[in-house]
Design a protein around this ligand. Structure first.
Ligand SMILES: Nc1ncnc2c1ncn2[C@@H]1O[C@H](COP(=O)(O)OP(=O)(O)OP(=O)(O)O)[C@@H](O)[C@H]1O
Length: 309
């Protein structure tokens, strides 16, 4: 267990708890925690990895506005889940983060490890440790998975100042990763995603994440189309790839993924904005009462807010 998760337990504040308990693990974090009034969102010590502020974006071709002011802060060691109705903009947000050319950011900022992410080309973002798994990964006939993965891994290693891997060295590097993901080594010889089943494509996405050793993994519906065993394998793999200084941002419709990859924060998107955030209980409300349950919780909380003079 790493420090941040240990600390998160100490920092898990229940509504009505009389006082903060001094924690003494990391003074800086303690001070930061004391400034916050969190309910059940767990708080971590890590530095801010990704900060999205007032992000607005449109479809480049049609000009249709999709994101209408997204705010999100992700710290090292955290896992966040983004949920929301179909068409609310979850995938668009993910794709804007990786610089997908279909979208144009019209205002707002995205800071990643202190630098302006929006200034970077998509491949620079990937080399800097930002990874996105797509809902429908593309097939690349004629390019073997091993060549593709080795090229991607070497680009990232170069960025990190590490030695590039030759074909044999790469084999030694990737085999334990395949084993950890319970993937057949045949995956390496097949063309990228070509004729892969839906579940195989999802596993292949996670293999890419594992090979790239990304610092922030944006996983768009990584659970869709998986049977229960595959869901567990993929979730185990995602958990095993977490590091104290990395973070995971998962888009999902279903609580079942969050039973395995437990997030510190769950955000609800609607009409291009995050309208509500909380802890895992948000996913529970959604599962039990749907989006009306979230709205009713929002109304309840609003009614408890003191009316300003
Ligand atoms: N490239 C595009 N061209 C045209 N419209 C788009 C494009 N990308 C997204 N949209 C539109 O933007 C809206 C948001 O789409 P997005 O895929 O981000 O939603 P989502 O929340 O991920 O939905 P789902 O849960 O169904 O995957 C939708 O109305 C969609 O039709």
């Amino acid at each position: 267990m790493y420090t941040s998760s240990l600390h998160s337990r100490h920092c898990h504040i229940q509504r009505g708890a009389p006082f903060w308990r001094p924690l003494g693990i990391r003074q800086k974090h303690t001070r930061w925690c004391k400034m916050q009034r969190f309910d059940t969102v767990r708080v971590f010590a890590g530095e801010v990895l990704l900060e999205v502020k007032d992000l607005e974006a449109k479809v480049a071709e049609t000009g249709q506005m999709i994101l209408r002011g997204v705010n999100l802060t992700v710290r090292e060691g955290e896992t966040h889940a983004i949920m929301g109705t179909n068409g609310s903009g979850k995938s668009t947000l993910s794709k804007c983060l990786v610089g997908h050319p279909d979208y144009e950011v019209t205002s707002g900022t995205v800071t990643y490890k202190g630098q302006n992410l929006l200034d970077l080309e998509p491949e620079e973002r990937a080399r800097a440790g930002l990874f996105m798994s797509f809902q429908s990964p593309v097939e690349v006939p004629g390019v073997s998975n091993s060549d593709f993965l080795r090229l991607a891994a070497n680009a990232r290693r170069k960025q990190l100042g590490q030695e590039e891997l030759g074909p044999l060295e790469f084999y030694g590097y990737v085999m334990p990763k395949l084993a950890a993901l319970k993937m057949n080594p045949d995956f390496l010889n097949r063309d990228v995603n070509a004729n892969f089943s839906g579940g195989e494509k999802k596993r292949n996405e996670i293999l890419q994440l594992s090979v790239l050793e990304a610092d922030i993994a944006v996983l768009d519906e990584i659970d869709s189309g998986l049977d229960i065993d595959a869901l567990r394998d993929v979730a185990d793999a995602v958990n095993s790839l977490k590091r104290p200084n990395s973070a995971t941002l998962m888009v999902t419709h279903y609580k079942r993924l969050l039973n395995y990859v437990v997030p510190e924060a769950v955000h609800i998107m609607e009409a291009g904005k995050i309208i509500y955030s909380g802890g895992i209980e948000v996913a529970d409300i959604l599962e039990q009462d749907g989006y009306e349950g979230i709205k009713s919780r929002m109304r309840e909380e609003a009614s408890k807010q003191p009316v300003s003079a």
